[in-house]
Write a new protein. Structure first.
Length: 542
């Protein structure tokens, strides 16, 4: 076998591994996203984008940010590489000591943070929405909601720690599906009869966030396989602190939190600036981001989840570790780009009917739908970059470089802030969403430059064929958008079934157009996907 043939074989094997594990994670995330959409639809139907919805989403911003930060970010990024290395080199017993030590120290750190957040709830509310003129009654309600939801941080962090343990053992489905438990609790809170209580029904949602965090941790804890790494709390806090591996995890957590806090700061900028714009802006930004997070979670988060243990292993290998890491990163990024570019184009093309179909019910009227559609267009333009950043930063975390992602995120945040300050007053909500997208693209550019500095080169496969994928996505956008504009005058909003059928038909049409174009032009990912589908049908026939 020649060297080029071996390289091609390794490439296909890596793609197959990412595809296989990624498919499991995607299925689990699909389940969690569907329940999440049901949750958001019910909340939108009950509260629309009015003052109470704005107030809830401002108070929810901190726990929701912490959920993304810890469930998909800093804790996993610092913990998984260290646990992977320990399990491979030192064995199961040492890995369990590391797990127990991190659990103990994390609990000791989080409890005072939670108490401080509850005490400073009035200051947090004022910081997040300085543009509001809030009457004392509404302010008191917002403070109470913030205090109810803040302990969510503790439970979601414990859940994230256990999810990281399972991911290291190549068990991806349960951790990715665990947010289903969170959404189910919030669904129950959204539909619970409010006339049974004298307090405002929006408080039930706040209690649902806290109880949902408990449910998510409990679900992972109860359903985790019994034959994997176990949590043994026999060690003392001093023993945990004296473990150099435990201290190493926490040394890496702080800069990772810094980088992800800067990234999440983009959403804080949107919330802060949105408080100076029309009522409903903050809620509309949230609902638009929920639509963006659907493909982002199913594709981008799935690839980022399965690729981190692989990258961590390559970073620790003695023979040509950077070469293997670079190629694995390139395959993961290409797989993401292959799917995220058409997803971006599809969201822009079908922004109005998607929002009408999913959210335009009850108190969520035409104005709310128009505001959300405008925000969605701004977010969707950066969707491919949101996924790309998630994947590229995993390479830095695998190499235990936490500083470069922080610098890149700061540049992206500054870009977003400048765009928002210059354009928000004139262009409104679209400037806030577009600022986040452009900031993410700049962030990714800085990461790529840092990658070249660390590896000595940019992995060639990362952007190979990207212009062709972009062209196919644009052609798909034009066809789907023209079809929607031709069909929309013949659809009445009150006819839910025709709207549903039309949207699903257009999504299928867009997928067939893009899939056909990429297959004909010989895109590797398209050929592999078609081959996998064909083999699946052949197995079923047998």
């Amino acid at each position: 076998m020649t060297r080029s043939e071996k390289a091609e074989g390794d490439r296909h094997a890596t793609l197959a591994s990412i595809g296989r594990d990624g498919a499991r994670v995607s299925l689990a995330i699909l389940l969690s996203r569907i329940t999440g959409f049901v949750r958001d639809m019910l909340i939108a139907q009950r509260f629309g984008t009015g003052p109470m919805a704005d107030l809830f989403y401002v108070a929810y911003r901190i726990p929701n940010m912490l959920r993304e930060l810890f469930a998909e970010g800093a804790l996993s990024s610092a913990f998984i590489p260290s646990l992977t290395k320990t399990l491979k080199n030192e064995g199961k017993e040492e890995a369990e000591r590391l797990y127990a030590g991190v659990f103990l120290l994390l609990s000791v750190i989080l409890l005072p943070v939670v108490l401080l957040g509850m005490v400073m709830a009035p200051q947090i509310l004022a910081l997040l929405a300085p543009g509001w003129t809030i009457d004392p009654k509404r302010e008191a309600l917002g403070v109470l909601m913030t205090r109810i939801m803040f302990p969510f941080l503790y439970f979601i962090s414990l859940s994230a720690l256990l999810m990281g343990v399972l991911n290291v053992q190549k068990r991806f489905f349960l951790p990715a599906a665990s947010p289903v438990a969170f959404s189910l609790v919030l669904i129950a809170a959204a539909i619970f009869p409010s006339n049974l209580f004298s307090f405002p029904p929006i408080l039930l949602l706040s209690a649902g966030v806290l109880l949902g965090g408990v449910a998510q941790w409990g679900a992972v804890l109860l359903l985790a396989p019994k034959d994997g790494l176990r949590l043994h709390l026999s060690a003392s806090l001093r023993t945990a602190w004296n473990n150099p591996r435990v201290r190493g995890v926490f040394r890496r957590i702080l800069p990772a939190i810094g980088g992800l806090w800067v990234t999440q700061g983009n959403l804080l900028v949107a919330t802060l600036m949105g408080s100076y714009l029309a009522t409903g802006t903050i809620a509309a930004l949230y609902y638009a981001m929920r639509l963006v997070q659907f493909p982002l979670g199913i594709i981008g988060a799935a690839v980022a989840t399965v690729i981190l243990p692989l990258l961590s292993l390559h970073a620790k290998e003695g023979e040509a570790p950077q070469e293997k890491l670079a190629e694995t990163l390139a395959h993961g990024y290409r797989a993401s780009l292959f799917l995220m570019l058409p997803a971006s184009a599809g969201l822009v093309a079908l922004r109005e009917p998607l929002i009408d179909l999913l959210f335009r019910h009850g108190h969520f009227g035409a104005n709310s739908a128009e505001l959300t559609a405008t925000a969605l267009m701004g977010y969707a333009l950066g969707l491919w970059s949101f996924a790309g950043v998630r994947i590229i930063v995993r390479a830095f975390y695998a190499m235990e470089d936490m500083k470069t992602p922080v610098r890149a995120a700061l540049v992206g945040l500054f870009t977003n802030l400048v765009i928002s300050l210059l354009l928000a007053r004139r262009e409104g909500i679209v400037a806030l969403a577009l600022g986040i997208s452009i900031g993410s693209i700049v962030n990714q550019g800085v990461l790529v430059v840092g990658l070249k500095r660390r590896l000595g080169r940019i992995p060639g496969q990362i952007f190979k064929g990207a212009p062709l994928l972009l062209l196919h996505s644009l052609l798909m956008f034009v066809i789907v958008r023209l079809l929607w504009l031709a069909l929309s005058p013949h659809l009445g909003f009150d006819k839910t079934l025709p709207l549903t059928g039309t949207v699903l038909g257009l999504i299928l049409c867009g997928g067939l157009v893009y899939g056909g174009l990429t297959w004909v032009s010989g895109v590797t990912e398209s050929r592999l996907l078609a081959d996998r589908i064909l083999r699946s049908f052949q197995r079923k026939k047998r």
